[in-house]
Design a protein around this ligand. Structure first.
Ligand SMILES: Nc1nc2c(ncn2[C@@H]2O[C@H](COP(=O)(O)OP(=O)(O)OP(=O)(O)O)[C@@H](O)[C@H]2O)c(=O)[nH]1
Length: 368
């Protein structure tokens, strides 16, 4: 494999190159760097930012092709190329990425060094993209120790990449690295925020929704069902004699029973918008849109029986030698003028009545 042919144009004898090249492009290159810097700070969709940068290079300079080729996380494969210009000969096999063992861009990524090719025809690694291209300059796009990709510029002029121009392209690669870093930091922050948001809605012990999530969903469902004039039911489930259970079997066993109760409740939340949440302590709740009071009572009764059938041992209960639940049910067609607290209050009254009537039963209440 041949290394890059670096020709320092300033050291060549006068007349060996077209003298006006540098002055002609210098002012434009300076302006271009300013434009790229502005683009790089946009922080919006990364691909759009990169596309505007390569467009800008092709539009303003004797550049036939400009591209930013991004590496995967391992730095072993190019995975995406954002390009502008006349790319007529792009090999189909490169369209879906290629290893860094291939091409001049690969050489740039492998060595971590800028590659100046003053005569593309004599470079064994050059992959032709356009027959008019004479020279190519490739710069690593690096932010601190991390190599993000390669900035590739291909010119129709053999001597376009004179030292000052290369300096500008090096600076542009730094700006691109900053843009990529910024976009990745933003993406990572957004993902972390999404994860935090999800975690803040989950009950740590049982893995079901927590009270915060329930409150938000109740408010949303209340509003939605009031618009649709449809019913909303609430099933409040409270483990009976839970303090004596903890006393007899220990808190860890109590925790295990709560997890099992959550699992049993989840089996009944089979509607698309149904929600099972931990309401607090040893109380769980099912929020059931589009369920009538009768349907919610039937569901509560089936759940109560399933809890009995699970036969979770309880040596300290006055009701049965296993864990039982009392259930309060309420349903209403919400209206914007009323508060969802009314629904909770009704289910709570029903639960209180179920306790008062001897526990291990389902009681329904009307919403005021
Ligand atoms: N193991 C465990 N216990 C909990 C948890 N949260 C609340 N508890 C316990 O649940 C018990 C609830 O007690 P009470 O409100 O007196 O109700 P109860 O003993 O179930 O009596 P009734 O509901 O009237 O049948 C308390 O002892 C709490 O410590 C929890 O996450 N894990």
């Amino acid at each position: 494999m041949h290394g890059p042919e670096i020709v320092e144009l300033d050291e060549q004898p006068a007349g060996a190159r077209e003298v006006p090249v540098a002055p002609v492009w210098h002012a434009r290159l300076a302006g271009l760097l300013a434009e790229v810097s502005r683009e790089a700070l946009q922080g919006e969709d990364l691909e759009a930012v990169l596309r505007r940068i390569v467009d800008c290079l092709v539009r303003n300079l004797p550049v036939a092709i400009a591209s930013i080729i991004l590496l995967d996380d391992d730095g072993t494969h190019f995975v995406q190329e954002v390009w502008a210009g006349d790319l007529d000969l792009y090999p189909a096999e490169l369209a879906h990425g290629w290893p860094v063992s291939v091409g001049a861009a690969g050489r740039c990524a492998r060595t971590g060094e800028a590659q100046l090719i003053t005569d593309v025809e004599s470079d064994p690694d050059y992959v032709p993209g356009n027959t008019k291209v004479r020279s190519e300059y490739l710069v690593p796009i690096r932010h601190r120790a991390r190599l993000h990709g390669v900035l590739n510029i291909e010119s129709t002029q053999p001597d376009f990449f004179y030292p000052e121009a290369r300096e500008v392209f090096d600076a542009i690669a730094d700006q691109v690295a900053g843009a990529i870093h910024l976009a990745r930091v933003v993406a990572e922050l957004e993902a972390a925020n999404r994860k935090l948001e999800t975690l803040s809605m989950i009950d740590g012990l049982t893995g079901i929704a927590n009270r915060r999530c329930f409150d938000q969903r109740l408010a949303a469902e209340w509003e939605w069902q009031s618009v649709e004039h449809r019913e909303l039911a609430l099933v409040l489930v409270d483990a009976d004699s839970f303090k004596p259970l903890n006393d007899a079997h220990g808190h860890l066993y109590g925790d295990e029973c709560l997890r099992e109760l959550a699992r049993l409740c989840t089996r009944f939340a089979d509607g698309t918008d149904d929600l099972v949440a931990r309401f607090g302590g040893e109380e769980l709740v099912l929020l059931l849109p589009d369920r009538s009071l009768e349907a919610a009572v039937a569901l509560g009764e089936a759940l109560r029986r399933d809890v009995e059938a699970a036969a979770m041992r309880h040596d300290n209960s006055a009701i049965a030698p296993y864990v039982t639940v009392s259930i309060g049910v309420a349903a209403v067609t919400p209206t914007a003028a009323r508060s969802p607290d009314r629904l909770i209050a009704a289910a709570d009254r029903a639960l209180y009545a179920a306790k008062a009537q001897g526990r291990n039963r389902v009681v329904a209440a009307q919403v005021d």
